[in-house]
Design a protein around this ligand. Sequence first.
Ligand code: IPE
Ligand code: IPE
Ligand code: MG
Length: 241
Amino acid sequence: MATKPRSEAGPRHVAIIMDGNGRWAQSRGRPRLFGHHAGARRVREIVAACPDLGVEYLTIFAFSTENWKRTQTEVAGLMSLFRRYIIKEMQEFVREDVRVRFIGDRYRLEPGLRKLMEEAEQMTAHCTRLNLTIAINYGGRDEVARAMRRLARDVAEGRLDPETVDEQTLPRYLDTRVLPDPDLVIRTSGEARISNFLLWQSAYAEYEFIDTLWPDFTRDIFARVLAQYGARDRRFGAVSA
Ligand code: IPE
Ligand code: IPE
Ligand code: MG
């Protein structure tokens, strides 16, 4: 089977596990939320950089299904940060032609935040310059479980023949159903794990684990990581041409 020999072009879909906000704040003797606020400012910078760098899809991990285990203060602070971030950025997204989507189980989020998420999705539905997907209360296993629930319901109600279920079926039930698979997954802060992010979708993604803490992740570092990707040989199980 013919396969793309070497990707000279940059990645089309980049997914980022934005990690290290807490450590960044702690190293400055500040509360963890201080780091989350600094991290949100970096999100703005990285989103703005994407179109020039050839990135069409950016998917960022903002809050995992496991992050509820944190203190009530941190969780509430993060939820309030998400609300403020969406309110503040909504007009900017429209101006910059950025289409926003959210993945994750939004039904566990408070109604006010959920409403803002829906508004942002509707207001930017016509935008095409960048597809920004924000993962809030997202977990790869939870996403697959929710997808299986819907799939099972379709089988039970006669809309889906179980004999036809194959590798193309499940993606249609995932939160990411309209997105291509990520080409490159970046994790900041030096941890080499994926912490339940895009499990199904990243089966053939390239990974970059970099030591920089998320609030220090600049546009220049981002550009460098993307350039390195261009030198990788993605074989998808085949042999290089
Ligand atoms: C990532 O930074 C942001 C979220 C998980 C919300 P962390 O808060 O995990 O920062 P560290 O890993 O503790 O430094
Ligand atoms: C992953 O970071 C989740 C987000 C970046 C939102 P964590 O800090 O929660 O992951 P672990 O606990 O180090 O695996
Ligand atoms: Mg962390």
